[in-house]
Design a protein around this ligand. Structure first.
Ligand code: PLP
Length: 545
């Protein structure tokens, strides 16, 4: 029975600083912290409980009537929540972009929550606001490399912002396109601008049917959310096919011109600096030329890949990013910061003013409050985690981590290519790759088959890949994700593939070999595998008859 008294005295105690370091609260803290460390040293999934079972622990929709002791509550969190969480720190969890964190973030996060500063406004975040501005400046410098004088002028200027710190890549993409929209349909003689007058009036004033955003099919789904919330409409997100995984600049130019000829205005071209599904980088330099020629905004979504700029060996892959009007980078991906840290950076420090808002009690004109140019209102001090990580790793530390991940991805790609029963579907540009499991004989057979036969075979392989991915996940030792892609070798067809993101520095060559071996074992035990092998035998008999 963990029910506590309903008394102000009890509640005040919860708000009061613990007296000794061996107080009850300190003990709870130690207990929780021991449990987390213990949990993080286990398999990806420790308890094989079905989702339906877990849901039973969170089934009633009632606010508890009485208070509970913190100690009792902590115990219940350990049982219901921690026990059934996914261990994203495991070196064999190689399926997602947000995974293992350096342990220094645990004490740092306590500092952040302990201070609970609100970045919307200097009154509640003196020191944190200058720090956030500096972090934005460092990232701006990494991308655009302006002069010292430039940063001296703009870093702490109340009339400028080098970027917007936000909770993630989605909000960063929305913020960047919001700025682009407000500039594109800005105030003009006889028109107060889209921010004030709205889209309908803006379209009338500028005499356009629609505003559009252009990217490849590999563009992140947050772009679709962005055109939706900005009132542009999802149908105006023009996504070009990308059989080779990147946006073709010539096609982009062609489609952009046609779009304008139809009485529309192209708002922006979005180049991706490391796609979420395959890690490919669009030809940013050429896309900057296209945007120039079409007279539209150029945004680069480098939410995941942006950190590659830390590497002097691999940074060149993002060449042209410095010509973007805006860039999205997530610190919670390859910068190893806890989730909740995204940034939109603006080439021109004036641009953020296109979305500037003022309010009387807060965000007064002339203040240095960052809240006047961010989409979000109250925000925590996540910038501190980025600041600390930047200092603790340093550029050279990040460089080492990035270079190693890319090397590891290449080594894993080799391992896959050498295995007769696996097929590499996309080679790694960065530390992301895709592949699938296919019996060796079938791979040979498909090379001499027509497209229709290939389509039938691909559908069977798709089912095999899905089944292997699910069984591996359920077994709980390792985790690889999956996605569907247009396949370069089979025009017009989509195939299901395993997707690997090498994010954890501790993932070893042996871990990767074990993951592949496990997938092979699971695959060869399925009925589908036997059927595919039988198909190959029948086919070769027919050919030799
Ligand atoms: C992850 C990602 C996003 C979205 O970022 P969130 O932080 O999940 O909101 C956008 N674009 C790309 C390319 C990404 O990899």
């Amino acid at each position: 029975m963990g029910e506590a008294q309903v008394s102000l005295e009890h509640l005040f105690r919860v708000f009061t600083k613990p007296e000794h370091k061996d107080s009850k609260l300190a003990q709870i803290e130690q207990h929780l912290s021991d449990n987390i460390l213990d949990f993080l040293s286990q398999h990806v999934v420790t308890k094989k409980t079905s989702l339906e079972e877990v849901e039973k622990d969170f089934a009633d929709a009632f606010v508890p009537e009485s208070p509970e002791f913190v100690s009792t509550h902590a115990e219940s969190l350990l049982n219901k929540l921690v026990a059934h969480s996914v261990n994203t720190y495991s070196p064999t969890f190689i399926g997602h972009m947000t995974s293992a964190l350096p342990y220094f973030h645990l004490p740092l996060s306590k500092l952040m929550v302990g201070l609970n500063q609100n970045l919307v406004k200097i009154e509640t975040s003196k020191a944190f606001t200058p720090l956030e501005r500096q972090v934005l400046g460092m990232m701006h410098n990494l991308i655009y490399g302006e002069s010292d004088a430039f940063y001296e002028d703009y870093l702490h200027s109340s009339r400028h912002a080098l970027g917007a710190f936000c909770s993630g890549g989605t909000i960063a993409n929305i913020t960047a396109l919001w700025v682009a929209r407000n500039k594109c349909l800005g105030p003009a003689p006889g028109f107060s601008g889209v921010a004030k007058a709205g889209l309908a009036a803006a379209y009338r004033h500028y005499d356009i049917n629609n505003l559009g955003v252009l990217c490849s099919k590999r563009g992140h789904y947050s772009l679709s959310k962005a055109v939706d919330v900005l009132g542009i409409g999802r149908e105006q997100l023009i996504t070009l096919p990308a059989p080779r995984q990147t946006l073709d600049p010539e096609k982009a130019l062609q489609v952009g011109k046609r779009y304008a000829e139809q009485g529309n205005k192209l708002l922006a071209i979005v180049g991706v600096g490391g796609t979420t599904e395959t890690g490919h980088i669009d030809p940013l330099d050429e896309l900057a030329d296209v945007a120039n020629e079409l007279g539209c905004w150029f945004h680069v979504d480098a939410a995941w890949g942006g950190a590659t700029l830390f590497s002097s060996q691999n940074g060149y892959k993002l060449k042209g990013i410095e010509r973007a009007d805006s860039v999205t980078i997530d610190a919670h991906k390859q910068m190893y910061v806890p989730m909740g840290a995204g940034m939109a950076l603006f080439k021109n420090p004036e641009d953020a003013n296109a979305v500037r808002h003022h309010a009387q009690y807060i965000l007064r004109a002339g203040s240095k409050d960052l809240g006047s140019t961010t989409l979000e209102g109250s925000r925590n001090g996540m910038a501190m985690m980025v600041y600390s990580a930047l200092h603790i790793f340093g550029r050279r530390g990040y460089e080492l981590l990035i270079d190693r991940s890319i090397e590891k991805a290449k080594a894993f790609a080799d391992m896959i290519s050498r295995h007769p029963d696996f097929e590499l579907t996309t080679t790694p540009t960065l530390s992301l790759l895709t592949y699938r499991v296919v019996p060796a004989g079938l791979q040979a057979l498909m090379q001499s088959s027509d497209m229709n036969t290939c389509r039938e075979i691909n559908e069977k392989i798709d089912r095999l890949v899905v089944s292997v991915q699910k069984q591996q996940r359920e077994a709980g030792k390792s985790f690889v994700s999956r996605t569907r892609l247009e396949a370069e070798n089979y025009p017009g067809q989509c195939i299901t593939v395993f997707r690997v993101v090498l994010a954890n520095p501790l993932t070893s060559h042996n871990d990767l070999a074990a993951i592949l071996a496990e997938q092979h074992l699971i695959a060869t035990k399925t009925a589908l595998w036997d059927q595919l092998v039988l198909d190959v035998e029948k086919q070769s008999e027919r050919l030799s008859a």
